[in-house]
Design a protein around this ligand. Structure first.
Ligand code: PMP
Length: 458
């Protein structure tokens, strides 16, 4: 290891606390320090390069150091890096809002900016709740979410999160949410169709027994990403939309992970021509360059917040929410450049070949020993490792099989991060076919050759 790397690791261990990381393990480890990137590769301080196989935690779209995005950010720096949206307009935030409304489902008309996926969801929850308060339906205070869902780490978004490992410790701090089972065909005893119906029935039961108390269903459309790339059966989203309409409640689509091409369409909702009442965007919105998020709503929701500030007899209708960096100009400039690249490079049109390639490799991976299930929706994929293929029994978490396998893939040039024992594949949307094949090949060979060795060593 070179001296600068040694020094950086020492300082990292002295000063940093890493997210979602057991720091006791980190302090014992020899972490990789990323120093630069180019295209779809990350470079560490020792000169090793890695294919960015999880698009820098699911947000990179066009690759790193893409000139058009870098130039757009630089040009914006030359004008203004940030000015507030509280009581002021700002050029780039206006241009981006118009663009977002043009490309998202037709009923969405208004854009409320923030800076991360969690805040986009937090805002969605608060808007949805206050919408009914403003409409005089004060008893509507509860949300429905799916088990194993993930919507971010603020207290509100954790309240609608259903991943026990991450969320259960915080339960006493959270507001009450009703959880319905996620339609998870691999872990369901029965057909795919029954699996979807089972979840839908549970949602409807909650709606019936809590009549007039529910604000919205919050859902990751098509794919529950952090829950382990759980791919919902087809038309599940459509049927949830039908239920929310039937019971007069809102549908909040959290497209933080699925948005910007990952499911093969620009947005997951498009696959089923579903229009939610509220849509949350983040991650890929700036192609992974800067923190920016947006919560989009219908005109009807927006209109319910209009009214004189001093209206007697009712509370203010104003939405009292905002962040210092709401609608940051650099982020908006990056987002606009990214959307231009989507059009210029015909990114969405290029996806079917890549999706097909992932499918081919997953078909080769599925029969290998210890592979319980492969799941794919567009460019979002997961390979689930199990102890016992027939019984679907998992390895105990402390064996960290997924982490060990990803670590072995790093040594052959692929940067991946698992979710437990699910190997997540989520390359940058614009990755070229050759590099995607190289990445998939590393995954295939590692599962075929390294995984049995890792398991044998336990
Ligand atoms: N919603 C979903 C569906 C996500 O996958 C994530 C992040 N993985 C979030 C919200 C939270 O986004 P952020 O990390 O930007 O707060």
């Amino acid at each position: 290891m070179n001296e600068p790397t040694k020094k950086l690791i020492e300082l990292d261990k002295k000063y940093l606390w890493h997210p979602f990381t057991q720091m006791a393990d980190w302090l014992k480890s020899e972490p990789i320090i990323i120093d630069s990137a180019q295209g779809f590769y990350l470079y560490d301080t020792q000169g090793n390069r890695y294919i960015d196989g999880i698009s820098s935690l699911w947000c990179n779209i066009h690759g790193h150091k893409v000139k058009k995005i870098d130039d757009a950010i630089k040009a914006q720096i030359g004008k203004v890096s940030h000015s507030t949206l509280l009581g002021l307009g700002q050029t780039k935030s206006i241009e981006l809002a118009e663009k977002l409304i043009q490309i998202t489902p037709p009923a969405l008309k208004k854009v409320f900016y923030s800076d991360s996926g969690a805040t986009a969801v937090e805002i969605a929850l608060k808007i949805a709740y206050q919408y009914f308060q403003n409409m005089g339906q004060q008893k509507r205070t509860k949300f429905i979410a799916l088990e194993n869902s993930y919507h971010g780490d603020t207290i509100g978004s954790v309240s609608v999160g259903g991943i026990k490992t991450f969320h259960s410790i915080f339960r006493p701090l959270l507001f009450e949410t009703f959880f319905a089972p996620a339609p998870q065909p691999y872990r369901f005893n029965g057909s795919k169709k029954n699996c979807a119906q089972y979840s839908l029935d549970k949602i409807e039961d909650i709606l019936k027994t809590n009549s007039g108390r529910i604000v919205a269903v919050v859902i990751e459309p098509l794919v529950q990403a952090a829950g382990g790339i759980i791919v919902h059966p087809q038309r599940f989203l459509t049927r949830v939309r039908q239920l929310t309409t039937k019971y007069g409640i809102l549908l909040i689509a959290d497209e933080v992970a699925t948005g910007f091409g990952k499911t093969g369409k620009m947005f997951a909702c498009e696959n089923e021509t579903v229009t939610p009442d509220i849509m949350c965007l983040a991650k890929g919105i700036t192609a992974g360059y800067l923190p920016l998020a947006a919560t989009l709503t219908t005109q009807q929701i927006f209109d319910a917040f209009l009214g004189p500030v001093t209206e007697q007899g009712t509370t203010h209708k104003t939405f009292y929410h905002g962040h210092t960096y709401t609608g940051n100009a650099l982020g908006c400039a990056a987002a606009l450049a990214s959307l231009e690249l989507f059009e210029q490079n015909r990114i969405i049109e290029s996806l079917p070949d890549k999706i097909q390639l992932i499918k081919q490799y997953f078909e080769k991976i599925a029969p290998l020993p210890f592979i319980g299930n492969v799941r794919q929706c567009g460019l979002m994929g997961a390979v689930e490792i199990v102890k016992d293929k027939t019984g679907k029994e998992s390895f105990s978490p402390e064996r960290a099989i997924g982490a060990r396998l990803c670590s072995s893939m790093r040594s052959v040039g692929a940067m991946l991060r698992p979710l437990g024992d699910c190997i997540v594949v989520m390359p940058p949307v614009a990755i070229d076919l050759d590099l995607l094949e190289k990445l998939l090949n590393i995954i295939f060979c590692s599962i075929e050759n390294e995984l049995p060795k890792i398991i044998r060593k336990l």
